[in-house]
Design a protein around this ligand. Sequence first.
Ligand code: TXA
Ligand code: MG
Length: 356
Amino acid sequence: MRTLILDAVADPERAVEAAARILLARGLVAFPTETVYGLGALGLDPGAVERIFAAKQRPHSDPLILHVADWEQVLPLVGEVPPDAALLARRCWPGPLTLLFPKSERVPDLVTAGSDAVAVRMPAQAVALSLIRRVGVPLAAPSANLFSRPSPTCAAHVLQDLDGRIEAVLDDGPTDVGVESTVLDVRGPTPLILRPGGVSREALEQILGRPVGSANDECRMSSQTIRPSTFDIRTSPGLLTRHYSPRAEVRLYDGEEEAVLAAMRADVQGRADTPAAVLAFTEDLPRFRDLPGTLVDLGSRERLEEVAQSLYAKLRHVDELGIPCVIVRTVPERGLGAAINDRLRRAASGRILKCE
Ligand code: TXA
Ligand code: MG
């Protein structure tokens, strides 16, 4: 199959029209959202949705988000609207927040992986919204990468993974946010973040006026950290599911700043034979300039929006260079920092090198 590139920068109307036709014929089209590119198909058509799993090599146990253009499209998908969901949708949509609702009969089990909850979001991206409107039904769309690769933040990334496997990619340039939406379960008494993302926990708590939990809190408490001295990739296989992973081994440092920077330097110096790339925050660059190897500027720790925006592109870049090891440190766990740290932890297969 030849994958068409539909240029939405040059001619959005024409590109959206062509994309909509392909989707209505039950094809697959990767499209931009404000977070990352999604791999879209008709969301209520099990035959079309099945093709998403095949193209991505994604296991059927991982459910898909339905993307809508307006509130009217939500109602047929859901059994009821929890009060928190109504409030958050009003305040955060369109935007990088995915809400879980009790699902209606209309939603195929394939979309929810058999769960009685359906994940819905309204993206804040003009081309995405006009595509969903033109198609007239919600689009099922996971991130448009091969399973376990970093999510694509531009059309070229989509093609790296899916060229020849999907009908088309709707190219509207790089995405704004750069990490995926926050996935929030609002069905219980305490709202629970299943995946931190573009809308921060602090923002959700401010809107709801009460604490919001995070599935990562429990995860982090139960997964013990591994000290650099005892760290050995062969004896500590994936503590967490490997996700968002570049091909390179990611060595993620956390802890007291000076100790972390010293350990990162020692790590680079100790691996003369296996080249490493240091992904450093702008503030940290001077600490690594004298060392051999590749130094990549992640952006300022003071501007996490910029760090998030280019994080996946930089992980992919290291893979393109064929560098087998990435050395990086965590950011403060505030605002977008929670999503950035989550993706770094997953890229590191859950292993954190703790320094005191
Ligand atoms: O920003 C985003 O959310 C992007 C863009 C394309 O919208 N989409 C995205 O989809 O990241 P995906 O499939 O790569 O990640 C969706 C996440 C997965 O962790 C999935 O397990 C969770 O949402 N999810 C989807 N439906 C769910 C459900 N019914 N119950 C629990 N989790 C669900
Ligand atoms: Mg994904």
